[in-house]
Design a protein around this ligand. Structure first.
Ligand SMILES: Nc1ncnc2c1ncn2[C@@H]1O[C@H](COP(=O)(O)OP(=O)(O)O)[C@@H](O)[C@H]1O
Ligand SMILES: [Mg+2]
Length: 412
């Protein structure tokens, strides 16, 4: 009997709980986060969506047995109150049982919200009755060690002045002795990078940013880590891919997903289904089908953007397509027309005229219109959305013999 897990248990692009069997270590981020959590200050973790922020903090918190609750800013936004979301998390039945809370106090907090909850204004009422303080005490009394309240998905309140002010108020409030004796710190997690900037520019709260310690941005995985996911995943599915084939596959997955963990899982999931349909036998020829499935799942819009910049005839247009191909093969974040010009000369030597190729104006055009492909700043360009890059890498090929580039079409 072959011992094979379900594909959906192995590749889990959208699963919020950590799967220990698939988790790849991220020593640099883990160490930075652990140190930040040990300090007596609040911490901030940020990075693009899908880069593994939530898995990272969950792993570090559980590995170090740090008592914590996880509040979701998307709920806070729905409830129009961060305080209420935090209280809800602390007194949630699961937490109450797990951390052995004082039931009586939990009931009091519950009663408070049942009565209609918070109608707070910007001035915090820090009387004994204050529900946040009560919730903090409940949390504190459960255990002596330091505790963390995670505020995940900060991006969902970043545009709400009211909730961001509430957050600032709470952070200041935590310095108040009644709160600080509870030994609780926040871990703020989200996409936007300008959070500290935001706090330092908002009036009255210049001190907030000083109380928060920002750790290095959570970036994509490196090629070795992508290899680990590919290897662990297909092993657990009892799909044999070894040696050179494995290296080749991992390299391809890294290239088109840019090492973004969520995308790595997504891509491997698509490929795993193709392998299943092929009698559980892996072949390189399955990549093409997997690519299309993967694009259809999450990259339709990006594909449309590439499509609308794609040229279909004349030589000028063929040059534009060569430019798009080269953009897909650049490893640096920023580039200029000289760099693309030089790449075209190497990649398509038989198509080079004696005159100027006009790469500058092609790049300019690609940064214009309603759906620009590139950002332009001075004479430097960068791709507007990493998904555009994934898409170019998946659908655009070079036909070496004819020195042209080809786009794989698919119905979107
Ligand atoms: N360290 C990791 N090892 C393996 N897979 C990971 C890792 N981190 C994230 N993933 C995968 O990426 C997905 C998205 O990660 P998540 O932590 O939710 O990202 P974020 O919170 O930054 O949006 C997860 O569901 C999981 O499939
Ligand atoms: Mg997350």
């Amino acid at each position: 009997m072959i011992n094979r897990k379900n594909i959906t248990e192995v590749f889990t692009p959208r699963q919020s709980e950590v799967n220990d069997d698939m988790y790849v270590e991220r020593p640099r981020h883990e160490k930075a986060l652990k140190r930040a959590l040990n300090r007596n200050s609040h911490s901030l973790v940020f990075g693009e969506s899908g880069n593994g922020k939530s898995w990272l903090y969950k792993k570090v918190l559980s590995e170090n047995s740090i008592p914590h609750v996880i509040a979701n800013c998307a709920n806070a936004s729905r409830l129009k109150s961060i305080t209420q979301e935090i209280c809800n998390c602390i007194i949630e039945p699961g937490t109450v049982n797990k951390l052995g809370f004082n039931e009586e106090k939990v009931a009091e907090i519950n009663a408070y919200f049942a009565k209609g909850g918070l109608k707070h204004n910007s001035n915090y009422d820090i009387a004994q009755e204050e529900p946040l303080l009560k919730a903090f005490r409940v949390f504190h009394e459960s255990n002596d060690s330091k505790k963390i309240i995670v505020l995940d998905n900060l991006e969902s309140i970043f545009d709400s002045v009211e909730l961001m002010n509430e957050l600032a108020d709470i952070i200041i409030l935590l310095d108040d002795e009644r709160y600080s004796t509870c030994n609780i710190n926040f871990l703020i997690v989200g996409v936007p990078s300008g959070v500290l900037q935001y706090f330092s520019e908002t009036k009255n709260v210049e001190s907030v940013s000083n109380r928060i310690n920002e750790i290095d941005k959570v970036v994509g995985l490196d090629s070795g880590q992508v290899m680990e996911i590919v290897k662990k995943g297909f092993d657990q599915l009892a799909i044999k891919i070894t040696g050179e084939k494995l290296i080749q596959l991992a390299r391809q997955v890294y290239f088109i997903t840019l090492g973004i963990p969520q995308r790595v899982h997504e891509y491997c999931e698509s490929l795993a289904y193709e392998i299943e349909d092929n009698d559980w036998k892996y072949e390189r020829s399955l990549w093409t089908k997997a690519n299309i499935q993967w694009l259809k799942q999450g990259l339709r819009q990006s594909y449309n953007v590439i499509d609308c910049h794609w040229g279909n005839r004349s030589t000028a247009v063929a040059r534009k397509n060569q430019v798009i191909y080269c953009i897909g093969n650049i490893s640096t974040h920023q580039f200029d027309s000289k760099k693309i010009d030089a790449m075209i000369r190497v990649e398509f030597p038989s198509t080079i005229p004696k005159t100027n190729m006009g790469i500058g104006s092609i790049l300019s055009k690609l940064s214009e219109g309603t759906t620009p492909l590139l950002n332009k700043s001075d004479n430097n360009y960068s791709i507007r959305d990493p998904r555009f890059l994934m898409c170019i890498r998946t659908v655009i090929y070079k036909d070496a013999s004819k020195q042209t580039v080809i786009k794989k079409n698919f119905k979107v």
